[in-house]
Write a protein that binds this ligand. Structure first.
Ligand code: 5GP
Length: 197
């Protein structure tokens, strides 16, 4: 498999985490990019596995040191991808999967557009946007998982609407109305690009 640099975005509740987990299980050669965040860990989240949890001050210092490939403020907290681990993985001819928001994905595209054609990030880049079947279904899913308060759910829904308007900026868009079908479509995208890029 050719090393891919895969960016996946979706509004929260669209099933992105489940699809990413399925992808990582099926493709052991794809590494998950563990983001840094200033958000508080949720129950069962582990530092270094789900995220690198940082105090705001240390996150801001890393911004100043230019260590991020991209970063964004999402739902009031900072999230970012460090450059170094991404390059390390691609250098070893493995693929990297980033689960980031639309603002971060745009920064990645901007960053890549400045790179020489033979840069592994540019050569392996593909971006995918996952859509929920509808906003009503998204609301039902967010309310059903009961990890967030209703104020946070409203904030996430508003954010989702804005994010979904930017789906066309991605090379691939797919609707997650059936998990197995959506997963198969992602596998088709990965397999096609791993052979042709
Ligand atoms: P959550 O707090 O639910 O884990 O994530 C909230 C949002 O932050 C998700 O849409 C996720 O894709 C986004 N996110 C996670 N890591 C990063 C990152 O490193 N950069 C950016 N730009 N967004 C991220």
């Amino acid at each position: 498999m050719k090393p891919l640099f895969i960016v996946i975005s979706a509004p929260s509740g669209a099933g992105k985490t489940t699809l990413c987990d399925m992808l990582l299980q099926s493709y052991p050669e794809i590494c998950y990019s563990v983001s840094c965040t200033t958000r508080e860990p949720r129950l069962h989240e582990e530092d270094g596995i789900d995220y690198y949890f940082h105090p705001k001050e240390s996150f801001l210092r890393m911004i100043r040191e230019n260590r991020f490939l991209e970063y964004a403020k999402v739902h009031g907290n900072y999230y970012g991808t460090l450059k170094e681990p991404v390059y390390d993985v691609l250098k070893h001819r493995q693929s990297m999967l980033l689960d980031i928001d639309v603002a971060g994905a745009q920064q990645v595209r901007d960053y890549i557009s400045e790179l020489p054609d033979d840069d592994p990030l540019k050569q392996g880049f593909i971006d995918i946007f996952i859509l929920p079947p509808s906003l009503e279904e998204l609301r039902a899913r967010l309310e059903g998982r009961s990890t967030d308060s209703s104020a946070i759910i409203e904030k996430r829904l508003k954010n989702a609407e804005e994010e979904m308007q930017r789906a066309s900026e991605y090379r691939y868009q797919l609707i997650n109305d059936d998990l197995t079908l959506a997963f198969n479509k992602i596998c088709d995208i990965i397999n096609y690009n791993a052979e042709t890029l």
